[in-house]
Design a protein around this ligand. Structure first.
Ligand SMILES: [Zn+2]
Ligand SMILES: [Zn+2]
Length: 150
């Protein structure tokens, strides 16, 4: 994972989609599953529902989610720079009689729409930990506690 990617994920938390899901793509087998964020215990380690690979949840985000985080991060960084530039201008011309600089108020950037997660055929509720997750039909384990999938 690149350093740039890590900086972005530290500063912006990924919200779930409109249905409450956060999707993951296993870095090992590249397969896709998604979990209901509200039923997740907050652990940063997730297991792949298919191959059992255990990894930090942030390294298992999908390309669509990483794109989304980059957009959010870019919007925030731009607004911050713009604010700093205007502060500088106001300070520079504060005592000038000929130039009046007013500071505009910028609304915080509205985040781009969060992409919806992809549809999956099966939705399971884990009997051990209560995690609700959606997977392909050949999933083997719960991504949170590794209990066998039904
Ligand atoms: Zn996997
Ligand atoms: Zn479980």
């Amino acid at each position: 994972m690149s350093a740039e990617y890590n900086i972005i994920t530290m500063q912006v938390a990924l919200p779930p989609d409109a249905a409450g899901f956060i999707g993951f793509e296993c870095p090992q087998c590249r397969r896709y599953f998604k979990i209901v964020d509200a039923t997740h215990n907050g652990s940063h380690t997730l297991r792949c529902a298919y191959c059992g690979h255990s990894d930090d949840s942030e390294t298992s985000l999908t390309a669509a989610e990483v794109d989304y985080l980059k957009q959010v991060h870019f919007g925030e960084a731009t607004a911050q720079l713009q604010g700093q530039f205007e502060d500088d201008m106001v300070n520079t011309f504060r005592n000038s009689e000929n130039v009046t600089v007013t500071r505009e108020h910028h609304l915080p950037p509205s985040p781009p729409p969060r992409p919806m997660e992809r549809d999956l055929p099966n939705q399971n509720t884990c009997g051990s930990c209560g995690l609700v997750y959606a997977v392909e039909s050949d999933a083997k384990i719960c991504p949170q506690c590794a209990a066998p999938a039904k």
